[in-house]
Design a protein around this ligand. Structure first.
Ligand SMILES: [Zn+2]
Length: 203
């Protein structure tokens, strides 16, 4: 069976559970709107699933997936940036209470950022390189990918605070920002600690 047929087969099985009597209360409540308390900005990498590994349900997490889970700095001119649009919607309209930026081991986007031989004129990197260069400071003088992945998360947390309406809510205590790094091989999750400016394993 090819990969696409696997998707359709999976959907057919899933639909039975989705429309089951057990799920009716959830459908009744959620089919008319969403009210997630958490927004997560994670890499598009196929090997990580923040909703799966936190055992979250549909409706729990407002999700952004992008190359290298980058938050660009606030642009007061506005403009067509999907991450900023998602932030505006989640923070100002859905009023989420937590934003999690999640990096991970073996991130191809961070590797591309670190690779000095690649620039936007290199075949296949015309869009990737300018995007990952938004966190180029995470790679300055650093050759350990894990360190760069974590620094990339820290830079995105700093960039979140450049959005005036995020800064205001964080200062007021109605919004909390969190930085995570997930290790694919071990399943380890570490969390950014503001006090020590370092990451600590959750368990
Ligand atoms: Zn990645």
């Amino acid at each position: 069976m090819n990969a696409y047929d696997c998707l359709i087969n999976g959907y057919k099985e899933y639909k039975e559970d989705y429309l089951s009597a057990e799920n009716k209360a959830w459908l009744d409540f959620h089919s008319t709107g969403q009210a997630p308390k958490v927004m997560c900005i994670a890499c598009s990498d196929s090997r990580i699933g923040p909703a799966m590994f936190t055992k979250s349900n549909l409706g729990d997490i407002f999700m952004v997936r992008s190359v290298a889970n980058i938050v660009p700095p606030y642009n007061e001119e506005g403009g067509a940036d999907s991450t900023s649009a998602a932030l505006e919607y989640a923070v100002n309209h859905l009023k989420v209470e937590h934003i999690v930026v999640m990096g991970h081991s073996g991130c191809g986007g961070i590797a591309a950022m670190m690779n000095g031989d690649i620039d936007e004129n290199t075949d296949g990197f015309k869009f990737i390189k300018p995007w990952v260069n938004l966190v180029a400071n995470a790679g300055q003088g650093e050759c350990d990918p894990t360190v760069c992945e974590k620094k990339g998360v820290m830079l995105s947390l700093q960039n979140l605070m450049s959005f005036p309406w995020i800064n205001e809510k964080v200062e007021a205590g109605s919004l909390s920002l969190h930085g995570w790094h997930f290790d694919i091989a071990s399943g380890g999750l570490s969390e950014f600690q503001e006090e020590t400016q370092s990451f600590k394993e959750v368990v």
